[in-house]
Design a binder for this molecule. Structure first.
Ligand code: SF4
Length: 374
């Protein structure tokens, strides 16, 4: 079973904290879509006869674009491969793009899951993040989406400059009151070369320190568990049956094919596992979409092992300690290492399966690194 990802690299403006590859020139939208169709045709051999269970339009801001483009791409893809009857088709959207009849158009195009970039319901936080929408835009969009789409997810960000526990509690209260089936909670990260980074460097704003970040994260875990959400990945929470199929497929190392600039793919062919990435510069992508792949790597046994450890911990599905010992140079130090991580309150050993604790989720990648260190 296959999943597909389409990267839409356009945004109206750049948010203060964002370091993704994107462009704000809307005159490139049409040439981009022609290139996307050309790339998809060139990948026919990877798609032909395959069954697709999830499609994810990510970005950037996919909701910014004319729906007719999404329709054309879906039509083309569906002639090459078959979509399962319950295929999940997700579109990442910003609240300000969902007014008027836009949601109905997206729904009619086949989108059945919206992932809405709300980030906060608090005007002060939205301004600090450089978001274009208001609290009212967000509430209106999320309520209307809930009435129309099979599944809706909202992204929230915590630890923005000067954020208090009360503000975060207010955001969680607003989000849970909407009774959404899925929530993603991200910790604000100050990335180099962003407006936020410049402000922090100049001392104009300060971001909450690690202890406060940990408190906010644990507040989210407690609050969302109390509202019936299952914590199924470091940043993701869902009610039964509403996890992101596309994201979970990626974390479970199932194959997916990515289209568009900077999109990644994971392919399995006759026992060989391949990771690929497309060129990340839009002008180069448009100039030669048939040859978009600029990175290609066949994974070694060691790389497969490392990926399995890192990803299994992220989704907390139980990391088999026997598997961990295999191909791991820690050898008999493994027992000591697990005892040390258990004493720190980061992991639990349940019948030979290692699970992260609530606190451990905060350090998932660090823990994985310790478990595989040479
Ligand atoms: S909408 Fe998303 S992708 Fe676009 S600039 Fe803001 S954070 Fe980045």
């Amino acid at each position: 079973m296959l999943s597909l990802y389409v990267h839409i690299p356009f945004c109206r403006t750049r948010c203060s904290y964002c370091d993704f590859y994107l462009v704000t020139r809307q005159d490139l939208v049409d040439p981009f879509f022609e290139a996307l169709l050309a790339e998809t045709r060139a990948r026919l051999s990877l798609l032909k006869g395959r069954s697709v269970k999830a499609i994810h339009f990510g970005g950037g801001t996919p909701s910014l674009l004319p729906v007719r483009h999404l329709v054309r791409w879906l039509e083309l893809a569906s002639t090459y491969c078959s979509f399962t009857p319950d295929v999940e088709i997700t579109l990442e959207a910003n609240p300000e793009d969902l007014a008027g009849g836009r949601m109905f158009e997206l729904h009619a195009a086949g989108i059945n899951r919206l992932s809405i970039g709300v980030q906060s319901f608090i005007q002060r936080k939205l301004a600090a993040l450089g978001r274009s929408h208001t609290r009212e835009d967000a509430l209106r969009a999320v309520r209307a989406a809930g009435d129309l789409f099979q599944s809706v997810s909202v992204d929230l960000i915590c630890a923005v400059p000067c954020e208090t526990r009360d503000e975060w509690a207010s955001d969680l209260r607003d989000a849970t009151a909407l009774q959404l089936p899925h929530l993603s909670v991200y910790m604000l990260s100050v990335e180099p070369k962003t407006r936020l980074h410049r402000k922090v460097s100049r001392g104009e704003v300060t971001v909450p320190d690690e202890d406060i970040q940990a408190t906010l994260y644990e507040d989210a875990l407690g609050n969302l568990a109390g509202h019936g959400y299952r914590h199924y990945e470091v940043s993701n929470f869902s009610v039964e049956g509403h996890h992101s199929r596309y994201n979970l497929a990626c974390w479970m190392r199932e194959p997916y094919i990515g289209f568009g600039p900077s999109a990644h793919s994971f392919i399995r062919e006759g026992g060989v596992e391949i990771r690929q990435a497309n060129v990340s510069v839009l002008s180069r992508y448009i100039a030669d979409p048939q040859n978009a792949v600029t990175f290609y790597e066949e994974l070694s046994e060691k790389e497969r092992f490392l990926e399995q450890v890192f990803l299994t911990l992220r989704i907390n599905s139980g990391l088999d300690i026997g598997f961990l010992r295999k191909g791991n140079k820690l050898g008999h130090y493994m027992t000591e290492k697990i005892e040390e991580l258990t004493a720190r309150g980061w992991v639990l050993d349940e019948g030979g399966q290692l699970f992260l604790t609530s606190k451990g989720f905060l350090f998932a990648d660090h823990i994985a690194g310790e478990l595989v260190s040479d």
